[in-house]
Design a protein around this ligand. Structure first.
Ligand code: KIV
Ligand code: ZN
Length: 513
């Protein structure tokens, strides 16, 4: 039997550290459920000690998830570890992930600790964590830039104290595949009790090599756990992307000879959910989950694929969860057909009230758009207005006028804490006028950092537009997303969604601060 490769997803912890990607408790819970459907082995749900909000998220996920191990990050101190254990106490399977930096640069400049002090702190932390739980991961932050003998010593100590997984992050994305693979191999050879733990890789993507480095860590270095995020979400250039690394191991099983437990048909729904929730748009040419990943535009390729798919396709689109873009529902479809489609797509909400809210939105959409595709349904269930959480700002209606040679103007009706308000403004274009109309009343003073529009389904002007708006205010960066067949309405929805995030409190301690 082949070895198993453990997939550890950190979208909700390291991914969320990306500026603007912060998520609410309900959003995290929804993504955690999708990760469970995807069958990831470990879900890193957050950093419980960083804020009360993060504690509650880890706790809610620990209570809801049954099939994956739920994990919380903790620094190597008793308070952090006790908070993590407390948040995880109702989990079916739980892991504490404790970390401390081990590179000379981080120890001296960031921690201001000597190597001996770091070693001692790691020893006590792993011991304390093992007194709380059986499943303990130890990470040597900036491990790849650490001095080999010191790193080997601290890993040996962590394993002696009962760490069951040892993770060697390339925290700053500095590694090169071959070098990283050999680094891990040498390290494991130097650690006398290395066979008592699972070795793990955690690579950042600053040089675009996070996936390649992780795979080298597995193939050359003997790692059996990969830490990754959906869509490669993460600070700076992001983390190792789950979809790419998983499909590499599955597609090239002949080379890696490893089993992964992931249900690949849930990859695209997970990618869309994370992109919609965070407002981080997936680039069209991104492997596996990009809109063009399976599109054959050239005549030669199309001809080849029609004759035999494997002439130009190494994976099948449907195997990673792409639907065939067929019309699935329309105006006359009833609630049971809608529910059945949610089931088939694997995105059935947990509560009947969310199903009803999504169905009401579906009916509204079907009145305005004749053909409803799977992508439209995924956008509906990802829409924050159908989720249980009550938002402060809500969209009601929009009127706008634009005419060649005239300055456009817009009137937007929206709610603040369920009370209706109307904002009116002119602007350079209808979108500008609509956002200014909202701002004329809200006066958030936020700076617009990014505005982007994407078609939810390709190939038709009838498609819904999905708008992302990124706002910055008082040092906080947030993304809002809105979808509608009318892109001006989608823009107003996205702006209100960003305001909701801007005004929610999310102060927390940064993991690597
Ligand atoms: O990149 C890193 O070093 C981390 C650790 C906290 C595991 O995310
Ligand atoms: Zn990281």
């Amino acid at each position: 039997m082949a070895d198993k490769l453990i997939i550890f997803d950190t979208t909700l912890r390291d991914g969320e550290q990306s500026p603007g990607a912060s998520m609410t408790r309900d959003e995290k819970l929804r993504i955690a459920r999708q990760l469970e459907r995807l069958k990831v082995d470990v879900i890193e749900a957050g950093f419980a000690a960083s804020s009360n909000g993060d504690f509650e998220c880890v706790q809610a996920i620990a209570r809801a998830i049954k099939d994956s191990t739920v994990c919380s990050l903790a620094r190597t101190n008793d308070r952090d570890i006790a908070r993590a254990a407390e948040a995880l106490k109702d989990a079916a399977r739980a892991r504490i992930h404790t970390f401390i930096a081990t590179s000379p640069l981080h120890m001296e400049k960031k921690l201001r600790m000597s190597p001996d002090e770091v070693l001692e702190q790691a020893r006590l932390a792993v011991r304390f964590a093992r007194n709380q739980l059986d499943d303990v991961e130890f990470s040597a932050e900036d491990g790849y830039r650490s001095e080999m003998d010191f790193l080997a010593r601290i890993c040996e100590v962590a394993i002696n104290e009962g760490a069951t997984t040892i993770n060697i992050p390339d925290t700053v994305g500095y590694a090169i595949p071959e070098l990283y693979g050999h680094f891990l191999k040498t390290l494991r050879e130097k650690v006398p009790n290395s066979d008592k733990a699972v070795w793990s890789v955690h690579c950042h993507n600053d040089l675009g090599m996070a996936v390649a480095n992780s795979l080298a860590g597995v193939k050359i270095g003997g790692a059996r756990q990969i830490e990754c995020t959906i869509n490669g979400l993460g600070e700076r250039a992001g983390n190792c992307s789950l979809e790419e690394v998983v499909m590499a191991v599955k597609t090239r099983r002949d080379f890696f000879g490893l089993d992964v437990g992931i249900d690949a048909t849930q990859i695209v729904p997970a990618s869309k959910m994370v992109s919609h929730t965070t407002g981080f748009v997936v680039q069209p040419n991104k492997a596996v989950v990009g809109a063009n990943a399976f599109a054959h535009a050239s005549g030669i390729h199309q001809d080849g694929v029609l004759k035999a798919r494997d002439t130009y396709e190494i994976m099948r689109a449907e195997d990673v969860g792409w639907s065939t873009n067929k019309i699935v529902l329309g105006k006359l479809s009833g609630r049971s057909a809608f529910k059945q489609r949610l089931q088939e797509l694997g995105v059935m909400p947990d509560s009947e009230s969310e199903v009803l809210a999504a169905f009401a939105k579906f009916k509204e959409l079907a009145d305005r758009k004749s053909d409803i595709f799977d992508e439209d349904i995924l956008a509906l269930v990802n829409d924050e207005s159908v989720t249980a959480e009550k938002e402060q700002y809500g969209f009601v209606s929009l009127t706008q006028h634009s005419e060649t040679g005239e300055r456009p103007y817009a009137e937007v009706v929206f709610t603040i804490d369920e009370k209706e308000f109307k904002g009116v403004s002119d602007g350079n274009g209808p979108v500008d006028a609509s956002l200014k109309a909202i701002e004329s009343h809200v006066k958030s003073g936020a700076e617009l950092l990014l505005y982007s529009v994407n078609a939810i389904t390709s190939g038709s002007t009838e498609s819904q537009g999905e708008v992302t708006v990124r706002l910055q205010n008082a040092g906080r960066v947030v993304n809002g997303v809105g979808a509608d067949p009318d892109i001006v309405v989608a823009s107003a929805k996205a702006y209100l969604s960003a305001l909701n995030k801007l005004h929610s409190k999310a102060e927390r301690v940064a993991a690597q601060g």
